[in-house]
Design a protein around this ligand. Structure first.
Ligand code: NAD
Length: 394
């Protein structure tokens, strides 16, 4: 099938297997240039198929030579329908990992469910016996509660008062003011139910109960803070409440992990173009400016560079933590000079100059690259195999 991008707003419903493979290969090539010494040889990544989770799996495997189990929630392709990008990423990752002699198995299903937790624990017991590091990197718009069966849907809204600011449509490059009404209490609670820490705590409780965490095991969950410009919609909004909740839960599980001499950490990562961040109003314009300023200062990092740096710091025991004990790899994004330039440009940006003073074109390219489109060296007019299998799917 000849695959073209079919998209609406921040959703692309097709994906290209060869482009997704190229994305995975490029990340592997980056990591392989230097190995990192570490103690973590068996890594469980929950949310392992795109964004930060995929990069964590790649750095674990090709940087640390670790065995990995990845939990993902992706769609298989058929002869006339493409799979999701995370499916193709995982298929490409598994192929390279197995070719190079690494243990890598993938569980595809709802990580929020009891069934997938049980399946994962069974696989650990059978194959790896214990886990040294758990990476929790789920981003989801909804969650079905495993006990009540109720489905919660997350909202991306401010709290208390409406929020008006600039936003850009990254397909038409039109800059306009958006006004977002504040969330009600139910929307806030539902967002916490989806993206807060309850599921993380359930995972850790189950892993501890099954005794599959190695002595000294670590649990790292990813989070985001960001700048003043996005505070009303991000950190002080519904999603920020969920992030506060997961950061609170991380402290709770840190105490629970003392029984195995383990620790729980939050890593605050930088803003990146991912499926999740493209969906948040105001954020694409902010990321377009961030990308420009960081590149001009030679400070830019993609997801694999971020995770490579995180892992290198962990391996050398040199992680920088803030007053709340969170690992900060968003330090370059949050530098005062970087944020000052972004704020100055933010005030000037209009539809007329957005392509000159921001990297909105690159944002759009990066968005399509998430789905495997726009890579050099791939013939997009050629028939592609859409029903690729993931080799080690359990
Ligand atoms: P992403 O959308 O690229 O990846 C999400 C992953 O979660 C995918 O592997 C997907 O398969 C998996 N997933 C979703 N629902 C699932 C379910 N029910 N069961 C199993 N797997 C499921 O997201 P991302 O942007 O890499 O975000 C990952 C984490 O990093 C989030 O906590 C996010 O807040 C954080 N973070 C993101 C950014 C950013 O700018 N993107 C910045 C800092 C921190």
């Amino acid at each position: 099938m000849i695959i073209k991008p079919r998209f609406r707003d921040f959703i692309c419903v097709t994906a290209h297997p060869d482009g997704c493979k190229k994305n995975v290969d490029m990340q592997i090539d980056y990591v392989k240039k230097a190995k990192i010494r570490n103690e973590f040889k068996r890594v469980l990544i929950i949310g392992a198929s795109t964004g930060y989770g995929l990069s964590s799996r790649i750095v674990s495997t090709f940087g640390w030579d670790a065995s990995t189990i990845g939990v993902v929630f992706e769609k298989h392709g058929t002869e006339n329908r493409t799979a999701s990008s995370g499916w193709y990423n995982t298929a490409a990752f598994e192929e390279r990992a197995l070719e190079e002699g690494h243990y890598a198995k993938t569980i595809n299903g709802d990580a929020f469910s009891e069934e997938i937790k049980e399946k994962t624990i069974k696989l650990i017991k059978n194959d790896l016996k214990k886990i040294d590091l758990v990476i929790y990197s789920i981003a989801s718009p909804r969650r079905k509660h495993p006990i009540t069966g109720q489905t919660s849907i997350s909202a991306l809204k401010p709290i208390g008062e409406s929020f008006k600011n600039k936003s850009v449509n990254f397909h038409t490059f039109e800059v306009s003011d958006v006004e977002i009404e504040p969330a009600n209490d139910d929307e806030i609670q539902q967002t916490i139910n989806v993206m807060g820490g309850e599921d993380l705590e359930m995972w850790v409780d189950e892993l501890l109960k099954a005794k599959v965490l190695e002595k000294g095991a670590n649990i790292i969950s990813y989070s985001y803070i960001g700048p003043q410009i996005t505070y009303p919609i991000y950190r002080n909004g519904t999603i920020g409440k969920a992030k506060e909740d997961i950061e609170r839960v991380s402290k709770v599980i840190n105490i629970k992990l003392k029984q195995i001499e383990g620790s729980a950490y939050i890593s605050i990562n930088k803003a990146l173009v991912t499926q999740s961040s493209s969906a948040i109003p105001v954020v694409p314009l902010y990321i377009s400016l961030l990308d420009k300023v960081l590149k001009e200062k030679n400070l830019n990092e993609g997801s694999v560079e971020q995770i490579y740096r995180l892992y290198s710091e962990i391996a050398s025991g040199k992680t920088t933590v803030d007053k709340q004990g969170r690992i900060r790899i968003d330090d370059r994004e949050m530098r005062e000079d970087v944020q000052k330039e972004i704020t100055e440009l933010w005030d000037q940006v209009t539809t007329e100059n957005v392509q000159q003073i921001t990297n909105i074109n690159i944002f759009r390219e990066d968005f399509f690259k998430l789905f495997g489109f726009g890579y050099d060296g791939i013939d997009y007019e050629k028939d592609a195999v859409t029903n690729t299998e993931i080799l080690n799917l359990v």
